[in-house]
Write a protein that binds this ligand. Structure first.
Ligand SMILES: O=C(O)CCC(=O)C(=O)O
Ligand SMILES: [Fe+2]
Length: 247
């Protein structure tokens, strides 16, 4: 373990009017589509990277993605996404998990779910704090009705009850046909699901999930990349990879 990172000097970061309006949209609806989050060359690299991993591991979910190569590590501080994550969650954030998902042809619909298991209240806690977790999907194949959009229920991140255990349609659901290059940020409490893949091709996505640095992460951050970041990284990189061990 390297030295602890210096804590950020302020919790709420300064934001441009554009980011402020994105934050307002996110708070209200629980998701955000960010245009031009990654460029064509990065998309190509990520596709190659995931294809290669899938050919070795042959698993739908590939965990601890940042340990798997440089094409993935560049997502950690993607400037458009990171700016918005900090604007919403505050400056003290860490990675919760980085996951690749390769959905093969014939894969069935995911059920509605929240990514987080904790209870939700419309009021937060008396002290104003909400546990937060925000995922960000970089879809590497254009999503269509065939290969499976990501389906969400806008605004459901605040409802104080859980989603049904099925994939029935909601009257107010939105099927997002994400494009490569876009990134889809969504609150971990938002009702969502990946739809079935009825195409002939793999449906590939990298999911980068962040949370306040005082929460428990899913990853243990004990791989070589995480260790190197904590030894040699900037204060932000140390913090992102679990460098704040205690408060
Ligand atoms: O593949 C997707 O569009 C979403 C995946 C997802 O929500 C999950 O695996 O928890
Ligand atoms: Fe999910």
């Amino acid at each position: 373990m390297g030295t602890s990172p210096a804590y950020p000097s302020q919790l709420n970061v300064d934001v441009s009017p554009e980011v402020e309006s994105d934050v307002a949209f996110f708070k209200r609806w629980g998701y955000l589509v960010v245009e031009d989050a990654i460029q064509e060359s990065e998309i190509e690299d990520l596709r190659r990277g995931l294809d290669n991993l899938f050919s070795i591991k042959k698993e739908q979910f590939i965990h601890e993605l940042l340990e798997e190569g440089e094409c993935f590590t560049r997502l950690l501080e993607n400037s458009k996404i990171f700016k918005r994550m900090q604007a919403i969650l505050g400056s003290c954030i860490q990675l919760h998990s980085a996951t690749g998902r390769v959905v093969v042809p014939g894969a069935e619909d995911q059920n509605w779910h929240r990514d987080v298991p904790w209870p939700v209240s419309t009021e937060g806690t008396p002290y104003g704090a909400l546990p937060g977790q925000i995922n960000c999907g970089y879809y590497l194949d254009e999503l269509t009705d065939e290969n499976g959009p990501i389906v969400i229920v806008p605004g459901s991140h605040r409802v104080p009850f859980r989603p049904p255990i099925c994939h029935a349609s909601f009257p107010d659901e939105r099927r997002i046909n994400a494009l490569p290059g876009q990134a889809i940020m969504f609150d971990g409490c938002l009702y969502h699901r990946g739809a079935a893949n009825r195409s002939q091709n793999h449906r590939r996505v990298c999911l980068m999930c962040y949370q306040p640095a005082w929460m428990k992460s899913r990853e243990s951050f004990d791989g070589p990349f995480a260790k190197r970041m904590r030894e040699e990284g900037t204060d932000t990189q140390k913090m992102l990879m679990g460098g704040i061990e205690k408060w």
